[in-house]
Structures are given as C-alpha cells and as structure tokens.
Ligand binder design. Sequence first.
Ligand code: ZN
Length: 156
Amino acid sequence: MFKLDSEQALLDSFRPKDRALVEVTKEVQTPLFVRDYLAWAHPAGGRMFLIFSVPGGVPTGIVFDTNGGGGPPVPHMCDWCHNSGLGTEVGLLTARVNGKKRAGMLLCSDLSCKQKLEDEANRSGRSVLPAMAKLLERMGRFASEVLKIDLTGAGR
Ligand SMILES: [Zn+2]
C-alpha cells in the first residue's frame, strides 16, 4: 500500500524522461491510496501507465506502448498473471529502456492482472495475497532488471 499525495508525487514515480508522456486523467485524481498497483490508459489509447511498489521500495511508474493491441487471434499468456487471452486481451506491451532501446513483455493489454487474480482466488476460495505478491515481484523484476529502474528511488 502506498499513497500518492499529489499529481507531482504521481509524476515523480516515473523516470524524468517518461514524465512528459504521462497523461493524468480523472481516474487518477490525487490524493490516492493504492493497495497493490495503479494502472490506467491514455484517453487517446495506445499507451498504458502503471505505478506499483515492491516491499521496501518507492512508487515506481512505467509507461507502456500497447503497439495497437490487436495481435494475431491466437491465445497468449500474460507474463505477469499467467492468464491467457487472445491478441486483443494479452499483447506485447513495450517500454523504453533508454533513448535507443525498448523492451517488451506479453501482458494483459489493460493491465487488469489484479482483477484476474482476484477472480481466480474467489473461484478457488484461496487468498489472493500470495499471487498478488508474486505479481508485484514480477513487475519489480521487469522494472529493475530490464528497464534498469532503481526501485528504491535512487537517481530518479
Ligand atoms: Zn496479466
């Protein structure tokens, strides 16, 4: 759980080079308490924003391009929540590593992993907490190992 006090705090969770791409919409009016992660779409489409936090870390934002969604009509598995969906539901989302390089993962196109894990937990009668912890861990690994973002907030 973390709190975003202001629009500035929300923007500060992104890397400086990504901040200009972030569109703060009505859905993310601050102050805001976030239980696990916050995801919202650019109103014009084509972009997804994610803010999450790993235990002991600071809120960390990632800007994803959805690359038009609509991949081939074959099922893909989301790398984060392991649910499967067709090209419009699970697709390649890419984020900027640096000026020259982008990296991508197959993810739920609307980053609705949380809802899917919650539905699954409700159906099976299990607690969602272990699955949610793993989800945040995978987000953290992508941010730190692939995008080279320091999750403690250093150098941001
Ligand atoms: Zn997912």
